[in-house]
Ligand binder design. Structure first.
Ligand SMILES: C[S@@+](CC[C@H](N)C(=O)[O-])C[C@H]1O[C@@H](n2cnc3c(N)ncnc32)[C@H](O)[C@@H]1O
Length: 318
């Protein structure tokens, strides 16, 4: 992991001016998941952190997207895990790797759904693994380890199923991650990769636009794959593509509406009073933070317009 010199205190510190054009961003994944990041600080009040750290899968499509704010976000996050796990077709005796498992709850969900399977959750950040161990300790068949998905410490052909949910955008080398996934899977094994992807190669041209740079700083990523890049890299690694799914309308569109709704409330004194009544912990978000969040909503919408939320179901041939 590279080092980011200083953790930004608010999104104002993450303004595009702080990152000159033409310069690669120094990636420090940890700053996406700690209190230095105001987007994370807000998400933390809406369930992120103690366990799942994904955007969730929502029941209401446009034009009812803001209704999702009434939905329990943790429920939506669990839905996203279960929808993704469904595509893995896990059998009771399987060895399952949950790559970039965050703070371990997705691995725990797999363990609960398939108690006979052996599940290992792996994440880059030691502090995430420490939380996972503290939360989900003493369950036979479920364990956690720190590690980098681009350099897996597992034997060739030793794993039946791999889940990688909403994390590959961080990886500096997604092609290497796919090669590693292929290597550790047994013939006939399956991987489900859920990630953001540029809609087309042309959408990558927005990579250095100020809005995109802001979102790249918040979520610590250098570039996305396009959908075509994913398909090519998976095939180059040796995979057969079983199916691809576009979950944009169920994941990134509704969470964006939720984000906008919270930001609109927070940037209005009556709305802020309502939020603080609903959840007094919102008092920890300052007026400056709310201003930064409003800027971030616009930036996230910009990236949302250029990218899709994709699922790739990949099979290692027999
Ligand atoms: C958005 S979170 C998703 C976590 C989890 N999959 C979930 O659904 O709650 C992304 C995770 O990817 C992890 N990560 C980023 N780069 C990684 C790498 N190279 N190897 C392993 N984990 C990584 C981060 O530490 C973070 O926990």
């Amino acid at each position: 992991m590279n080092n980011l010199p200083t953790a930004a205190a608010t999104l104002e510190d993450l303004s595009p001016a702080a990152v000159p054009h033409g310069q690669e961003l120094p990636i420090d994944v940890q700053t996406s998941y700690d209190g230095s990041n105001v987007v994370y600080r807000m998400l933390r009040l809406e369930t992120w952190g103690p366990a799942l750290m994904n955007l969730g899968y929502y029941p209401f499509r446009w034009p009812f997207t803001t209704l999702n704010v009434l939905v329990n976000l943790e429920w939506a996050q669990r839905q996203l895990v279960m929808k993704s796990v469904d595509l893995l077709n896990i059998k009771p005796e399987h060895h399952v790797l949950d790559l970039a498992c965050g703070r371990g709850k997705s691995s725990f969900i797999i363990h609960c759904l398939y108690p006979g399977a052996t599940v290992v959750g792996l994440d880059l950040l030691n502090r995430n693994i420490a939380v996972a161990n503290a939360l989900f300790d003493h369950l036979p068949g479920l364990s956690y380890a720190a590690g980098d998905v681009t350099d897996l410490k597992f034997d060739d052909g030793s794993v039946d199923r791999i889940l990688c949910l909403e994390a590959a955008f961080h990886f500096p080398d997604r092609a290497q991650f796919l090669r590693e996934a292929y290597r550790v899977l047994r013939p006939g094994g399956r991987a489900v990769v859920v990630d953001f992807a540029w809609k087309t190669e042309a959408h990558r041209d927005t990579l250095d636009d100020p809005e995109t740079r802001l979102v790249r700083e918040v979520w610590q990523w250098d570039d996305f794959f396009s959908i075509a890049d994913y398909e090519h890299a998976a095939v180059d690694a040796g995979f057969r593509i079983v199916s691809t799914h576009d979950w944009t309308s169920r994941v990134s569109t509704p969470i964006q509406a939720v984000f906008r709704c919270l930001s609109d409330l927070g940037n209005n004194s009556l709305g802020r009073r309502f939020l603080e009544w609903r959840n007094p912990l919102y008092r920890s978000i300052s007026p400056t933070d709310w201003k930064a969040l409003a800027e971030s909503v616009v930036a996230h919408q910009y990236v949302r317009n250029n990218s899709n939320y994709m699922v790739f179901v990949l099979q290692k041939p027999e």
